[in-house]
Every structure is written in structure tokens, then in C-alpha cells.
Design a protein around this ligand. Structure first.
Ligand SMILES: *[C@@H]1O[C@H](CO)[C@@H](O)[C@H](O)[C@H]1NC(C)=O
Ligand SMILES: *[C@@H]1O[C@H](CO)[C@@H](O)[C@H](O)[C@H]1NC(C)=O
Ligand SMILES: *[C@@H]1O[C@H](CO)[C@@H](O)[C@H](O)[C@H]1NC(C)=O
Ligand SMILES: *[C@@H]1O[C@H](CO)[C@@H](O)[C@H](O)[C@H]1NC(C)=O
Ligand SMILES: *[C@@H]1O[C@H](CO)[C@@H](O)[C@H](O)[C@H]1NC(C)=O
Length: 537
């Protein structure tokens, strides 16, 4: 099902790339040049493992990965050269990285990012960009696997995770690209979501020369505080069965009640809240009436309503300081109850405190509180915070930043993205009309964490989430057009497929608005038609 649709899309982009790159040198005997590359590359601090020619249609497999990074074989529709290497980043650390160099190179370079606390090369993103003609790199973020254990007493490994893996990957990747094609890349791009979104903003904030165009999704910015917030839910719910704990069945009732209170605010009831910032959910309406039988899962006790209200309230720490915004209402059906409200500590948060903040695997996540939030953010290991509001260096060199966030994100509250956007506006003293020149933020209604959800979530942010390569419908080609033709995106037209699988029957399309505009049903016309909706102030 990597389908006829995708093949058709690709041939159009490859044709466009070839048009744009008519004077690129062609690589004669591409397979041979590729196999030779391993012995020709001279990269400081690096050991090149292999350079293998991969013909279109063959399986790329990943036998040596840490089991927590396990990945099924991928088949690409283009020929490429697969290079793998290890680059030492200090005496005690290094990155494993790959460069995928397509035969029909567009002249463009692209770096991918990572997710969570991993540790795993984003091979799907590499495949996506390679098929689109980018010379593409990915790295393991300085350690293997999804656990935070490798950070224990290893500040160099934390530094790789915070910024050095991506930056090294880019410096080395650009060199490999030039060595292979005998020509410098034309433009440099970044694509990532979650931790990958944070890495994109870290680059914009601290390594502005790395990229001309950045697509940063659901960014884990304000990273220390994010880990405090993601750990605090367990303190609110307590263990399964405790009076404060809310059952999965009750969460279904809460979701229905949220929709009853908020789904119509955008003018149309469809299970999708276009602007959760307008939803101030009141869980007390769900408190069971007197005489309700015990165990009734359609209503809450007063104590449980307090838990739900706390989950949907901003988190404050010592001296009344905002730690992190609330969970946005709407994510209850796409996993938040299992991930955060399941009556157990959240792994990434526990790992961060145990292996980085306290360097003490015995630290007890059930004791997390305001003093720990403050300690973590003050320590700010390897400057991982990623909250600088000053993007002027990136702006001044012409970098374009496309930021998006799904509004049903069950892992990183989408309320944090407007908070960052507004922080940039305040820091740079710029209104949206001026930020528009280099930084645009799109709120993707009905999208869960980086993917999935009931909305029009196919926006080209990942290979399996691509309905079209048309820059009006694809965040990656949109940023390319912005950088190379100066045509900035005003909205992103998303697609929802019946059954959620690309290439199937289109259910509906909807335009996702540029912040601070919000999407509203105009009151007449087919709600599945994007033109029945309007981005309004
Ligand atoms: C490629 O990988 C898939 C999935 O593991 C497998 O089903 C298929 O047989 C493989 N094809 C070849 C040619 O090895
Ligand atoms: C990570 O795994 C790769 C193989 O995929 C291996 O070459 C590398 O040494 C490992 N790195 C660490 C830090 O263990
Ligand atoms: C590259 O593009 C050319 C021209 O469209 C085509 O003939 C060729 O098959 C392509 N090569 C690969 C390896 O995809
Ligand atoms: C190579 O490693 C040394 C020692 O860690 C470091 O000082 C130097 O900057 C590295 N070179 C590159 C190009 O990263
Ligand atoms: C559960 O409580 C609600 C009132 O909140 C009531 O309408 C419903 O009938 C009860 N369901 C069961 C199965 O007792």
C-alpha cells in the first residue's frame, strides 16, 4: 500500500527536482561510486562502517539496532547510496549516523531528528526525504535505545542528546554530501516532531547556520519543565483504584462531556475542537447525582472531578511560577488516559530525574514536587531547555521556520506551542505580521501527537501522513517553496482518509490556520469542504 498514489506523487516531485537541478552533475556508475565511497571518505573523528548501493524496490533492513529501536524493513521507490558511520563527539561519547544519498539528487540536504528520550534513527523520515530527492541524514542522538539509562553520570551523552548529535550530524552530513556528489548542497532543511521538534528549535536558536528551512512539529521545548509536567500526572491520579484515580471508562465519559461543552464553539459538532484555547472545561457537571450506584462509570466523584480539573489546569511550582501549561482538552480518546493517567509514573520523566537531574536510579518518582521542578530547570543539563525567544540570528540569515502542533496531542500539550510563539513575539518585540516573514505556526485540529487522530491530519509531516506533495497540503514541500521561491504558507490543507490510511477514500479536507487565526465553520455548506470554513481573528 505504499501505493500507486505515492508513486504518482513521487514522480511529480522528482520531475520538479530534476527541473530545478538541471545542471547538477550526474553520478556515472552510481552503484560503483557508492560502494567506493566508504574508502574515500575522510571525516575527522569518524569511522565509516559501510557505503552500500540500494536499488529501488529492495528491502533496507536494520539488524543491529537496540531492540527498543527495532524497525521493520523499508522499501524505497528510488535508488540511493546508504552510508553508515560512527562519529566521536568527545572522549566519552559519539553518534551513530547514516546518510542516504539518492541517485536523482535534487541538490537539497535534509536532517531528521529523534523522539522521546531516544536513541533511535528516524528511518521513516529518512526514507520520506530520500524519496523526495534530498540527501538525508539521521543520527541516534548519542545513545542507543529509548531508555534514559545511558545518561547516568554521562554528561557528554546528555550533551549529544541536547544538541550535539543533530549539529554534528549536519556538519558531517553536508561534508559527505559534497564528497559524494562533488558539489555543495543548494539548500539545507530539517524535519522533526516531538523531541525532533525541539531539536529543530534548538538549531534555530543556537545553530542558525545549519538550516535554511525548518519543519518543527509538536516541539518538546521548555524541555526540563515538560518532564516535570509529564511526571506530575501520577501524583494527581495516584495508583489504580485510589479515590483520585479516574478509570478509562470514566475518561470516555469525560471526553463526551468535553465535546458536549466545547465541540460546538467552532460552529460545527464533529468531534474536533478547532481551538482548544477556547475550551475551559468544567468537570463538575459530571459528578454523580445522589443515589447513583457505586461503580457507575458515566459519572465522577467530587474527588475525581478535582483530579480532572487539575489535569486541565496549568501547573505552577515554587513561588507561584508557571511550570507548564495544562493538558489541552480533547486528547482523552487518543491515548492520554493510558499514557499519563494510568496510575503509574511516566517513564521519560522518571528517567530524566533519575539519570540526569539526580544521577540516582533509586530516586523515587512518587516524590516528585515543586522543589524537583525547580532543581531540574535550574540545572538545565547541557542547556537542553530550548526556550530562547530570540530567533533573530536565524531570521537575519533568511531561515524559514514552519511550526505545527496537533490540537489533540496526548503527550505534549499543544497549549505550549502558542506559549512559545508568544514568547518569541515578546522577546523579539514583533507582532504576528512581522514574525510571518520567518516564523509561522499552524495549529492542526484533530491531530494527536505528531500523527493520528480524527482530524485532517495528513499534512506531509511524515511519510505515512502524506496525501499530497502540493505545497499547499504538505509542510515539507511548503517550507521548500517558502525558502526557494519566497512563497510562504498561509494555511495547510490537511486530508482525512476513511480508516485513516493514506491512499484510501478521502473523508474530508480542512484548512489549518496560521496562529493566531482560528478555524471556524461559516454556518452553511458541506462541513467536509474546506471552503465551508474560514480562518478568523
Ligand atoms: C521485505 O520485507 C518484508 C517485510 O519484512 C518481507 O515481507 C519481504 O519478504 C521482504 N522482501 C524481500 C525481497 O526480501
Ligand atoms: C549503537 O548501535 C550501533 C549499531 O546499530 C553500534 O555501532 C554503536 O556502537 C552503538 N552505540 C553505543 C553508544 O552503544
Ligand atoms: C532518475 O531520473 C531519470 C529521468 O527521469 C530516470 O530516467 C531515471 O530512471 C531515474 N533514476 C533513478 C535511479 O531513479
Ligand atoms: C574531533 O574530536 C576532538 C576531541 O574530542 C574535538 O576537539 C574536535 O573538535 C573534533 N573534530 C570535529 C570536526 O568534530
Ligand atoms: C449512572 O449514573 C447516571 C447518572 O449520572 C445515570 O443516568 C445512569 O442510569 C447510571 N447508569 C447505571 C448503569 O447505573
Amino acid at each position: 500500500m505504499r501505493s500507486a498514489l505515492h508513486a504518482a506523487l513521487l514522480s511529480s516531485l522528482v520531475a520538479a527536482a530534476q527541473g530545478a537541478s538541471a545542471n547538477l552533475p550526474t553520478i556515472g556508475n552510481f552503484p560503483h561510486q557508492c560502494e567506493k565511497l566508504v574508502s574515500k571518505l575522510k571525516i575527522e573523528n569518524a569511522t565509516v562502517w559501510f557505503s552500500n548501493y540500494v536499488a529501488a524496490g529492495t528491502n533496507v533492513s536494520f539488524p543491529d539496532l537496540d531492540p527498543t529501536c527495532a524497525h521493520a524493513p523499508i522499501t524505497l521507490s528510488v535508488d540511493f547510496c546508504r552510508v553508515a558511520l560512527y562519529v566521536a563527539t568527545s572522549k566519552r561519547s559519539g553518534i551513530s549516523m547514516e546518510a542516504w544519498l539518492p541517485n536523482n539528487w535534487s541538490g537539497r540536504f535534509l536532517s531528521t531528528g529523534n523522539g522521546g528520550l531516544n536513541g533511535c534513527i528516524s528511518y521513516d523520515d529518512m526514507a520520506y526525504a530520500t524519496e523526495l530527492g534530498f540527501s538525508t541524514v539521521g543520527a541516534n542522538n548519542g545513545h542507543n535505545g529509548t531508555s534514559g539509562k545511558p545518561f547516568l553520570n554521562s554528561p557528554e551523552v546528555v550533551t549529544d542528546f541536547a544538541w550535539r548529535s543533530v549539529h554534528t550530524n549536519v556538519v558531517v552530513g553536508k561534508q559527505i554530501t559534497e564528497d559524494f556528489y562533488h558539489k555543495k548542497h543548494s539548500k539545507s532543511y530539517y524535519l522533526g516532531c516531538s523531541t525532533g521538534g525541539r531539536q529543530g528549535f534548538k538549531s534555530a536558536q543556537s545553530f542558525p547556520d545549519d538550516f535554511d528551512g525548518i519543519v518543527a512539529g509538536a516541539p518538546a521545548v521548555d524541555f526540563n519543565n515538560l518532564n516535570s509536567w509529564s511526571g506530575h500526572f501520577y501524583l494527581l491520579t495516584g495508583n489504580v483504584g485510589s479515590p483520585t484515580y479516574v478509570t478509562p471508562a470514566q475518561w470516555n465519559a469525560v471526553h463526551a462531556d468535553i465535546m458536549a461543552q466545547c465541540d460546538g464553539i467552532d460552529g460545527y459538532v464533529d468531534g474536533i475542537i478547532e481551538d482548544p484555547s477556547l475550551c475551559q472545561y468544567r468537570p463538575e457537571s459530571l459528578i454523580c447525582p445522589p443515589g447513583t450506584a457505586a461503580g457507575n462509570s458515566t459519572c465522577l466523584t467530587g474527588t475525581q472531578a478535582a483530579t480532572v480539573r487539575a489535569i486541565f489546569s496549568d501547573l505552577y511550582g515554587e513561588n507561584g511560577k508557571l511550570v507548564y501549561p495544562r493538558m489541552q482538552p480533547g486528547s482523552e480518546l487518543v491515548g492520554a488516559p493510558a499514557i499519563y493517567y494510568g496510575g503509574r509514573p511516566f517513564q521519560y520523566s522518571s528517567d530524566w530525574f533519575q539519570y540526569v537531574v539526580y544521577n540516582n536510579p533509586a530516586w523515587d518518582p512518587t516524590t516528585l514536587g515543586p522543589a524537583d521542578y525547580a532543581r531540574s530547570d535550574t540545572l538545565n543539563a547541557a542547556d537542553i531547555r530550548t526556550w530562547s525567544g530570540d530567533l533573530s540570528a536565524a531570521r537575519n540569515r533568511g531561515t524559514k521556520i514552519l511550526h505545527y502542533h496537533g490540537l489533540q496531542d496526548q503527550i505534549i500539550s499543544s497549549d505550549n506551542s502558542p506559549r512559545y510563539y508568544n514568547h518569541v513575539a515578546q522577546t523579539m518585540n514583533l507582532p504576528p505580521s512581522a514574525l510571518d516573514d520567518f516564523y509561522r505556526f499552524f495549529r492542526i485540529s484533530g491531530m494527536a501527537h505528531c500523527a493520528g487522530g480524527p482530524g485532517a491530519t495528513f499534512i506531509g509531516n511524515r511519510r505515512a501522513g502524506t496525501a499530497s506533495l502540493d505545497p499547499d497540503q504538505n509542510v515539507l514541500t511548503a517550507v521548500v517553496r517558502w525558502v526557494e521561491e519566497g512563497k510562504a504558507p498561509d494555511s495547510i490543507l490537511g486530508t482525512a482518509f476513511v480508516g485513516g490510511v493514506a491512499g484510501g477514500k478521502v473523508d474530508f479536507r480542512r484548512r489549518h490556520c496560521k496562529y493566531p487565526l482560528r478555524n471556524t465553520y461559516v454556518g452553511k455548506g458541506d462541513p467536509k469542504d474546506p471552503n465551508s470554513w474560514k480562518c478568523v481573528v
